[in-house]
Structures are given as C-alpha cells and as structure tokens.
Design a protein around this ligand. Sequence first.
Ligand SMILES: Nc1ncnc2c1ncn2[C@@H]1O[C@H](COP(=O)(O)OP(=O)(O)OP(=O)(O)O)[C@@H](O)[C@H]1O
Ligand SMILES: [Mg+2]
Length: 340
Amino acid sequence: MATDIGIDIGSSKTVIFSSSKVLLELPNVVTVDSDTWTPVYFGEKAKQTKGRTPESYVVVSPIERGVISDYDIAETMLRNYMNEAFGSKILRPRIMATLPAGLTELQHHSLANVVEGAGGRNVFIIESPLAVAFGLGVDFSIPRGTLIVDVGAGTTDIAVVSMGGIAVCESFKTASFDMDAQIIRYVRKEYNIEIGALMAESIKIKLGSAMERSIEVAMVAKGQNVFTGLPESFEITAGEVYEAIKDTINSICDAVRVVLNKTDPDLVADISNDGVFLCGGGSQLAGFDKKLGEYLDIPVNLLPDPSHSVVKGAAAALKNPDLLKNVDYRMRSIKELEIE
Ligand SMILES: Nc1ncnc2c1ncn2[C@@H]1O[C@H](COP(=O)(O)OP(=O)(O)OP(=O)(O)O)[C@@H](O)[C@H]1O
Ligand SMILES: [Mg+2]
C-alpha cells in the first residue's frame, strides 16, 4: 500500500504519484448524461468523446484554468481515479494535493474537501510552485530567491519562492490550451477548415515551436470545410504554427518579466545567478526554454520530466517534515481549518 501520495489536479489532467512513481495520469474530462447529470465516461475515453457525443451527453472539464469549476463532478472523477490507482480502500496515508499560487483560503479548503470526499484522508494542500521548490531540494533555511515557471494547460504559474514562502506570484491565465485555440483560429481563417481540439493539440506537439525553426517541417491534418461541411485534409507547416502561437508565447514570457519587475532586487540577483526553473507540460514546446532565456536574458533550467515536477514535489514535501518546520508554509489540513 502506498504511503505518501502527491496529487496534482490540473486544468488538463490529474497525476497521482507515490512510491517514486506515477501511479495514474488521466485527462480531467468527464462525459455526463445531461438528463440525469450522472457521469458516463472518465479520462481518456471522455476526452475522445469531445465533439463526438450524442445530444444527451455533455463533456465537462471540472477544472478550469487551475481552479475547480464543478465540485461534484471533480469529486466523482477523483474518486474514480483514486479507485483506479489504489483500489476502493480508504486512503490512510498522507496526501499532498496542489493548487495554483495566490488563491484564497476557501479555495484551499474546497480542494481539501474534494480530495476527502473522493476517499482521501490526512489531506494537505500546497501551492504548486512551493511543491516544485521542495522537489528541487531548495534550502528554505537561507534567504535566497528561486523563480519557478510552470507552463500548464490552463495557467502559467509564476512564483518567486524564498525561505519556504512565496514572495511574488502570478497565476497567469494564458498557457498551452491557448496555443491550441490559436491554431484552431489560424486554420479556420487561412484554410476555411474547422479542426477539433485534439487535432490542434497534436499539431502543436508535432510542429509547434517557441522560435522559428531553421528547417521547415509539415504535416497533413484533417478537419471539416466550414462552407461545405465535408471532411478535408490540408498541409500545415511549422512556420505557420509558429505564426499562430507566437503571440501566446510572447505574452507568457512577458508575464514572467512582469513578476521579475515586482521582485526585490536581491532576489532578482539570486534568480539571475541560479536561472529560472521551468516546468509544466507546456514547457516541452520545442525551444521554449531558449526563447524564455533570451527574452529575460537569464539562464533557464528546463526540469527533467517537466510534466511531473509539481506532483513529485508535492510528494517530496510530505517526506521532508524537518523542512516544514519554522517556515512560512501554507500546508493546512481541513481539520486545522475547522478548529480555527
Ligand atoms: N511536447 C509538447 N509540446 C507542447 N506542448 C505540450 C507537449 N506535451 C504536452 N503539452 C501540453 O501541455 C499541457 C499540459 O500541461 P500540464 O500537464 O502541465 O497541465 P495541467 O497541470 O493539467 O494544467 P494547469 O497546470 O494549467 O492547471 C497540454 O496543453 C499539452 O498539450
Ligand atoms: Mg499544472
């Protein structure tokens, strides 16, 4: 039976990590029967039904831009995922769940409620940049600034962490999903073809880049002609994808610059020495680390396995009780909140 567990419930997927491995990684998508509002499919199957359901079904994403938007569906989905990862036993071990920085105490409380409602016990909540810092093994006993940038699907979490607390942060509501939306818009405008979200994501992953590529590559994609309604194939190049997504990339880089502008000069000096720590699924876009480094004129360290930095860090935070002592650290269990 697993002991300490990290859970990252993001805008695009839930990741459950324990005993040094990813136990589960599934899309946060649920297909719901619209008459009874009961879930029909979860995860990968639900994601595949997007845009393909009969009228009686709707496809729900219970986490929007990093925040739970449908509590009941989120809880049912998480219960389903925890059952898949651990069986139907109630989870006695400690769970550390993550959420973006800068949210309210109530939002922390609500996430703890959802995890407990889904069958978890001993639930703690940590802001995701702090989790990443724990995973990096940052020494919280010394006053030193560390800049974490997590480019997710719905949010780019940017935070300067120092002495176990968050000095400056921004949960910027532009991230990798916005690149998909820009690709959809580009293809509609240039080719009069409507493509779905899954096709846009696959074009982004295969051809997308944060800087212009020196060698042109292309792929054939499929969509629906907006005038005739008939299926149509078209060729799209990496150069076109770059054109479509470059504004989104620049606005993410700019949001990081704005956070640096708000940061104390001593902390900025630390950051320019150590470099930015970059993670999140969206940071895997080709050349994103190089682009951000050039934009800020600061070295950028792209973390290994960047999609799992948050969840691994959450589990690591539970394993370091000494590190948690005497720091301004917002790890609160629902019981602590209730007795306040
Ligand atoms: N190789 C890749 N290139 C570009 N984007 C990628 C790549 N791999 C995954 N992504 C994108 O990363 C995003 C998922 O990132 P991540 O798992 O960090 O998001 P999340 O934690 O669910 O969301 P958030 O943190 O915003 O709430 C998706 O939009 C996905 O398309
Ligand atoms: Mg995330």
